[in-house]
Ligand binder design. Sequence first.
Ligand code: ADP
Ligand code: MG
Length: 401
Amino acid sequence: MAAKKNSGAGRRVSSIERILGRLDDLDSANLTILVQRLARERGLFEMLFDTIDEGILVIDSAGVIEYSNRAGMRMIGLRGNDPGTAVLWKLVPDLARSLDFLQDDGLAPNIARDAEIFYPEHRWLRLQISRISLGGGEGVPARFVVILRDITADRESTEEMLESERVNSIFTLAASVAHEIGNPLNSMKIHLELIRRKLTKLDVPEKSAGTLKNSVGICLEEIARLDDILKNFLGAIRPQKPALVKTNLVEIVIDVLGVQKIELENRNIRCSMIQVCKELPVVLGDESQLKQLIFNVTKNAMESMQDGGSIAIELDCDDAFVYLRVRDSGCGISRDDISKIYEPFFTTKNNGHGLGMMIVMRIMREHGGQVGLDSTPGKGTTVTLQFPKPGARARMLPPTK
Ligand code: ADP
Ligand code: MG
């Protein structure tokens, strides 16, 4: 019964595979039948792909679109005869600047980008790009599948929701409760530190003092964790308009790394910073929000490594944008997880709270910027923070080809 039900694409494909296995025996009449069958199969799959709401494209490493389903064509304004010639980077100019590593044959990155497009209409798209293996071994050109989701409505409804009066009053209440929790925590921390200091001076056997000190240490660590959650929670629910002033990102990075110095050392992580462009990477930003942003990104980079590793921070600019890239040699992000990173409370850590990247996204949006994620499981992740360059001419948006 079950076998009978399995009609349609799956069964037909396996029958084609059987014929392919006997390819040498085929005469021209059977070959014609095979070709017709393959054409029918292709038609069926294309029809299936055309019923999906998400855009699905296949591109090569130069960005040439080889296939697009109907939703993809609609989203980026492709015309019927475009596949095979149109280049994705030209249709979605936001993408072009940070995808050069697609040329790198050695890597199989998972990439997530939000891009604003203005043609055929103004929309926000979330693109997820993954390398696909079509078999054939070495020398076969790399292919990538691009999944496009229209997130315009999501962005608008999130913003509307954040602005609604009811939500605002709940946020205010939650913020004041969180704030109230912060004070007793602070006082507990001070008293525990006092106890720890007094323990050193007390005349008790070394062993008991050690156990007590250990317990106090654990309490202090837990308080630090609660404090961290509170800070992130407050940051997440109290979206404040940034006070934008010209800020040099180098100074902000140095400040944040200063705060994280001990943790970096304890985790045996080498951290470097280089400035690629000659001019100073200056952005219009809110200093404390920029610090929180970079702190969250570098903290995740640290937490992605079990036994030490490296974090390389790169500052760069071109005529329109300033880029801050944080590359880590950590565990990487899987294809399934990369699309969930910005969701509130999404975490893969035992003691994570899943708010960090949501805050990163929010702060970047408030600064008119974008976040890009490029990750290779097992090798590491690069988070790219792309800021508009102060004074750069507003971007022209030609639907060039
Ligand atoms: P949390 O750090 O509390 O888990 P975040 O919002 O900061 O929450 O991150 C969400 C998830 O994104 C993490 O749990 C992790 O799975 C993934 N992630 C973020 N940054 C990295 C990174 N640099 N390397 C690997 N995974 C990451
Ligand atoms: Mg985090």
